[in-house]
Design a protein around this ligand. Structure first.
Ligand SMILES: Nc1ccn([C@@H]2O[C@H](COP(=O)(O)O)[C@@H](O)[C@H]2O)c(=O)n1
Ligand code: CDI
Length: 166
């Protein structure tokens, strides 16, 4: 088994969509980034890359590369999971926390978990996403940005050289 941790932050600005866990969430502000700025999927991607010893998303998808401008972070996560599979791992379980003062995310969490499970080729029961405010403290509390943390446990399913369908 291998464990990995991920953390990401994106600034909230006007004129951008708020996409979290692949869900387009109605809000007056959205997250700024080179990609679609899906801070939750970036933290999850980093957790998986960490677990397999493959650095971070900046290494695999540089924000200097125009190819990733406006990129759908679900596609980036799918690619990260394909690297994990090539190394012989599947998801054991994944836990993540979104830190956002607003909007209320609870109504969207189920949809996020379904999107993430589909991208990772795992069961929804292996994916848990939570949300918390910071009681109006700090950058998240002031509504300047949203942060996300993720921890991924990966389980070995084969030797690294085997092709694995999951
Ligand atoms: N953006 C958010 C933040 C929190 N929630 C939900 O509210 C619960 C209480 O949050 P506290 O920060 O006061 O602990 C939390 O457990 C979430 O279920 C949310 O939906 N959206
Ligand atoms: C996702 C990438 C893709 O160019 O860009 P951003 O959306 O800016 O996200 P960030 O977490 O700042 O950096 C990682 C980059 O790989």
């Amino acid at each position: 088994m291998r464990i990995g941790h991920g953390y990401d932050v994106h600034r909230l600005v006007e004129g951008r969509k708020l996409i979290l866990g692949g869900v387009d969430i109605p809000h007056t502000l959205g997250l700024l980034g080179h990609s679609d700025a899906d801070v939750l999927l970036h933290a999850i991607s980093d957790a998986i890359l960490g677990a397999i010893g493959e650095g971070d998303i900046g290494k695999h998808f540089p924000d200097t590369d125009p190819k990733y401008q406006g990129a759908d972070s679900i596609k980036l996560l799918e690619h990260v999971m394909s690297l994990a599979r090539q190394k012989g791992y599947r998801i054991g379980n994944l836990d993540a926390t979104i830190v956002a003062q607003r909007p209320k995310l609870a109504p969207h969490i189920g949809h996020m978990c379904a999107n993430i499970a589909t991208a990772l080729g795992c069961y929804e029961g292996e994916v848990n996403v939570k949300a918390t405010t910071t009681e109006e403290l700090g950058f998240a509390g002031r509504g300047e940005g949203i942060a996300a943390y993720a921890v991924a446990l990966l389980v070995r399913i084969s030797s690294p050289s085997e092709t694995v369908l999951h």
